[in-house]
Design a protein around this ligand. Structure first.
Ligand SMILES: C[S@@+](CC[C@H](N)C(=O)[O-])C[C@H]1O[C@@H](n2cnc3c(N)ncnc32)[C@H](O)[C@@H]1O
Length: 212
């Protein structure tokens, strides 16, 4: 599916979020609080939005994704590795940090994937994850639902692949709660897990440190 939507993925993303995702990624990278020139793996990097932000903030970034076409669209991304996030082709403790944007709900075994991230990041290394969320109540929630469940599939059908942009909003159903994801991170070897709702719950961010 991601191979099919790769050419227009970034365009639809910008329209879907009114470009706000760029701001959320900037903050998510800053929150890693790593020294400059740290080596950071961007898991399920897609076309490299997060990877480029890492580079802009002075980190040495490596992009990895299962989809060849998504990686191929990653203009300006220097190092790209096609791999399944469940079986990352890197040695233990190879990275100072990990980022992963809007991909958690696509992993067939989320906990095993988080354990694989824990394997490749060094003790004391940092993790920053972004994922879609939903505002809790009121007009904000109603507006979000209308946008995400009706307008996004419509824009996606016009500009890209109809089925994919019906699947993407629906796939939030596969996402465990923030409490469950935090517990998974703890079980996988991360500590100081912090969950933050972004912009009233339009998005959410998890931060954690690899236990020494
Ligand atoms: C919604 S896109 C997010 C892309 C990018 N991280 C971003 O923030 O725009 C989800 C990505 O997860 C990738 N993906 C899905 N399952 C994967 C897996 N098992 N291993 C690696 N990448 C995977 C897809 O190929 C796709 O590029």
């Amino acid at each position: 599916m991601f191979d099919a939507i790769a050419p227009r993925y970034e365009l639809v993303n910008r329209l879907m979020t009114f470009g706000l995702d760029a701001r959320w990624r900037r903050r998510a990278v800053r929150d890693l609080r790593l020294a400059r020139a740290s080596v950071v793996l961007d898991v399920a990097a897609g076309t490299g939005d997060f990877t480029r932000e890492l580079a802009r903030q002075g980190q040495r970034a490596v992009a990895t994704d299962l989809s060849y076409n998504m990686l191929r669209e990653g203009h300006g991304v220097l190092v790209r590795v096609q791999a399944d996030a469940l079986h990352l082709p890197f040695r233990h403790a190879s990275f100072d940090g990990i980022t992963c944007g809007y991909a958690l709900r696509n992993f067939t075994d989320l906990e095993a994937t988080l354990a694989e991230m824990a394997r490749v990041v060094r003790p004391g290394g940092r993790l920053s994850l972004l994922e879609v969320a939903e505002p809790r109540a009121g007009l904000w929630r109603a507006g979000f639902r209308l946008w995400f469940r009706r307008v996004v599939p419509f824009i996606g059908s016009l500009l890209s692949d109809r089925d994919a942009y019906h699947y993407l909003p629906a796939s939030t159903a596969y996402l465990p709660s923030a409490t469950e994801i935090s517990a998974m991170l703890n079980r996988c070897g991360f500590s100081s897990v912090n969950h933050r709702r972004v912009m009233g719950g339009l998005s959410q961010q998890f931060l954690a440190t690899r236990t020494s």
